[in-house]
Design a protein around this ligand. Structure first.
Ligand SMILES: [Zn+2]
Length: 144
């Protein structure tokens, strides 16, 4: 599964995930000032997300309520996989190191990751096989 979503649409999704059922007015109040987006831009983003199937809308009285069709964490899993599919398997560790180098991990997050890594180490391959197309990756030349 591929998640085809723009950066702007993602910002709107975050509002809808955080609030579950929300009106366009709420999304506009949340994003318009900070992002310098007009109400009509945000309404366009909402209708695009409905078209793409990421959110549903229903009419209650005279207003439309928007709700997510997918769970945020599941979406993140798919996005992570989509991203990893774009790079050589041998480069995955670079992404992991970049994430670890941020200040976004708490002590307990780090403990969890250490535990997971120790478990993964038991069954990890000595060398990761590059499955890239010839000419799309230079690691074969470097590592044989
Ligand atoms: Zn490769």
């Amino acid at each position: 599964m591929e998640i085809n979503i723009s950066e702007a649409e993602w910002e709107v999704m975050r509002v809808i995930w955080s609030n579950q059922e929300t009106t366009s007015k709420f999304v506009i109040d949340t994003l318009s000032e900070e992002k310098s987006w007009t109400a009509s831009t945000i309404k366009t983003l909402l209708s695009r997300l409905v078209e793409k199937g990421f959110i549903s809308t229903k009419k209650i009285g005279n207003k439309f309520l928007y709700s997510p069709n997918c769970i945020e964490d599941e979406c993140l899993d798919i996005l992570t996989q989509n991203f990893l599919d774009r790079i050589c398997e041998r480069r995955t560790h670079i992404i992991v190191k970049n994430i670890i180098a941020t200040d976004n991990l708490s002590k307990s997050n780090i403990d969890e990751i250490i535990e997971l890594l120790q478990e993964k180490r038991k069954t990890a391959e000595e060398v990761i096989t590059c499955k890239c197309l010839k000419g799309q990756c230079s690691c074969a030349a470097k590592h044989g």
